[in-house]
Design a protein around this ligand. Structure first.
Ligand code: GTP
Ligand code: MG
Length: 208
């Protein structure tokens, strides 16, 4: 897929602020600092569409990015296209497991995120991010089981693969695959490793 346009469409903390046009949504979830916003930028071939930060807890609202795609290579320049692009949303969620957030604030976020996930039939895929260097946490496992229970299409990504020696990547991916019982795709927002593969997986749910 080739991204021909991307922009922030909505920043929401309540359902009445969610987009109402019914476009397909691809949602990125995972613990704070795992690289959700960075991955959105990598997928959109943009440097700072979604704001990122070295300290956890950067994203605090539900952010909807409208992405227009066409068939073709992800990084390619827009050409003389005949077919119109297809629109979809990338949805960036606040991360969990951020220690500095108070219990009541973290419960409020949990309710906000659950309120979004449970009432969006247009969600096509939930892309769950795990750090390639670490075992899944109890919270990661809880979320994964919850997503499976509600029958979402889930893609699991192992982020920050550039932090490992290339020879170490398969071992870490296999560990995560064993823990979750599903395929895991290594990804790096730095080197863009995994970007084409993730677009290929998602394109099954993108009609154009
Ligand atoms: P919250 O918004 O707090 O939930 O975090 P997030 O999951 O959106 O993480 P974010 O994309 O802001 O990235 C957190 C930090 O990890 C930033 O310093 C990024 O530069 C860094 N980072 C993200 N992805 C990668 C990656 O693939 N490789 C490397 N080396 N660093 C990464
Ligand atoms: Mg973020």
């Amino acid at each position: 897929m080739r991204v021909v346009n991307s922009d922030i469409s909505a920043t929401a903390v309540r359902p009445d602020q969610f987009p109402t046009d019914g476009l397909p949504e691809f949602v990125f979830v995972g613990r704070s600092n795992v690289g959700k916003s960075s991955l959105i930028n990598a997928m959109a071939s943009r440097k700072a569409l979604a704001r990122t930060s070295g300290s956890p807890g950067k994203t605090r609202t539900i952010n909807f990015f409208k992405i227009s795609v066409m068939q073709g290579e992800p990084g390619a320049e827009p050409g003389n296209a005949k077919a119109p692009p297809t629109d979809l949303y990338f949805v960036d969620l606040p991360g969990y497991g951020y220690a500095k957030v108070s219990r009541s604030e973290s419960q409020k976020w949990g309710a906000m995120i659950e309120g979004y996930l449970k009432k969006r039939p247009q969600i096509k895929y939930i892309i769950m991010l795990l750090d390639i260097r670490h075992e899944p946490s109890a919270k990661d496992m809880e979320l994964f089981e919850w997503l499976k229970h509600y029958n979402y299409n889930v893609i699991v990504i192992a982020t920050k693969s550039d932090k490992l020696k290339r020879s170490q990547i398969p071992k870490h991916v296999a560990q995560l695959r064993r823990a979750l019982g599903v395929n895991v795709l290594p990804f790096s927002s730095e080197t863009l490793a995994g970007r084409d593969e993730l677009w290929a997986l998602m394109s099954a749910e993108i009609s154009s």
